[in-house]
Unconditional design. Structure first.
Length: 323
């Protein structure tokens, strides 16, 4: 029987996927897997593909009705909830209770724990007991982009698989043009010696234009991604879980946009570095340090517009050359 949920096309046939497929076919898959990488959406796709193969094993006849993994009565999910996006001890206990019950229609149960690093300490300790004494006929799939944020005692009790992101860039309306305008701004900064008042004003207006456009691009992209993902979510998903998912989408997109700004900055500087331009090397090093500092502040709830403004103002100073 062919699985209805395919592997992400970019990962099909890779060594990690081959190992998992062989383990499932031999019924030797570990009861607890940690799926980690840079892109949560990729990890979710892998988890659903694993769940589909466990819930509908090839050794059994095809069922009359087939559920998608996220809608299957024997597939359970644990997600962060609320704007703080935390996994509480109560929610973890509820999941533990669900997996202790015998499966309803499938030969086994699957639990998918999204962004498992968001567990608070109490929740992590509650879950640790389940890892130490896993229920029969149950597979636990832990998903995280920050594996070292987990308790060492949890990491030591799961089988690790790391997967690369399957997307290379953010497909957001207006983003390619934003990146091109950012590169053009750097070009004008780095080649203009002693700019007059008009040129200085142009640099400032461009800077704040980039900040304003960034916010619109992020909001639009978040809305579009959320609209697509919402259609795939279980209909009974709690409001606070939906808020957490939408917040997570925004945070994930924001991180990827800032990562692409870093890539664009390096790409702009590389030809000049090959020419041995020491001024460019110092400007690049300082600007990347500043960007990474602002990204760290974002994790402390600094507004993304304020973080970008801080980075671009620093770039204005660092890349402007004096005669």
């Amino acid at each position: 029987m062919t699985a209805a949920t395919p592997w992400p096309p970019a990962l099909a046939g890779t060594p990690a996927i081959a190992v998992i497929e062989q383990a499932i076919a031999r019924q030797r898959l570990s009861h607890s897997l940690l799926l980690h990488g840079d892109d949560h959406e990729t990890l979710v796709a892998i988890a659903y593909a694993i769940a589909d193969r466990l819930l509908y094993p090839a050794t059994l006849p095809a069922p009359a009705a087939r559920f998608a993994p996220e809608q299957h009565p024997d597939c359970f999910s644990l997600r962060p909830a609320g704007k703080m996006r935390q996994i509480s001890a109560d929610a973890t206990r509820q999941l533990v209770t669900q997996v202790q019950v015998s499966p309803a229609v499938a030969p086994r149960k699957v639990a998918i724990l999204h962004e498992v690093e968001r567990m608070n300490v109490t929740a992590a300790n509650v879950f640790l007991k389940t890892l130490e004494e896993p229920p029969a006929n149950t597979t636990l799939l832990l998903l995280t982009t920050k594996p070292y944020a987990l308790l060492p005692t949890i990491r030591s009790r799961v089988l690790h698989f790391r997967f690369p992101a399957t997307t290379t860039s953010v497909a957001a309306d207006g983003w390619p043009a934003w990146i091109e305008d950012y590169r053009g701004w750097l070009e004008r900064l780095s080649t203009g010696a002693n700019p007059d008042k008009a040129a200085a004003a142009d640099h400032i207006f461009t800077l704040y234009g980039l900040v304003a456009r960034f916010g619109v691009i992020l909001d639009t992209a978040t809305t579009e991604v959320w609209k697509r993902q919402k259609e795939k979510l279980p209909p009974d998903l709690a409001d606070d879980e939906q808020v957490a998912i939408e917040t997570g989408i925004a945070n994930g997109l924001r991180a990827r946009l800032f990562a692409e700004i870093e890539t664009a900055t390096r790409g702009f500087a590389l030809p000049r570095l090959l020419e041995g331009d020491e001024t460019v090397r110092r400007a690049l090093t300082a600007s990347i340090d500043q960007l990474e500092r602002d990204v760290r502040l974002l994790r402390l709830n600094l507004n993304e517009s304020a973080a970008l403004e801080d980075f671009l103002l620093s770039s204005l100073r660092l890349w402007s050359r004096k005669a």
